[in-house]
Design a protein around this ligand. Structure first.
Ligand SMILES: [Zn+2]
Length: 58
């Protein structure tokens, strides 16, 4: 069940598409990307919950 998260789906001007096999892995990758590319040091629970609502199964 590959999952995909796109930054643009949460309003970010970013073409990044992050893929993972599990929600936990996906959140970890989103957090890493957010820190390095968007200067967000830590994802809040609100952001994590919101991100999960826009995740697609591919
Ligand atoms: Zn991004």
């Amino acid at each position: 069940m590959p999952l995909e998260f796109r930054c643009e789906d949460v309003g970010a001007v970013c073409g990044e598409a992050i893929k993972a096999d599990t929600p936990e892995e996906l959140v970890a990758k989103i957090a890493e990307h957010a820190e390095h590319e968007h200067g967000v040091p830590e994802l809040s629970q609100t952001l994590v919950d919101y991100a999960k609502t826009v995740v697609r199964e591919t």
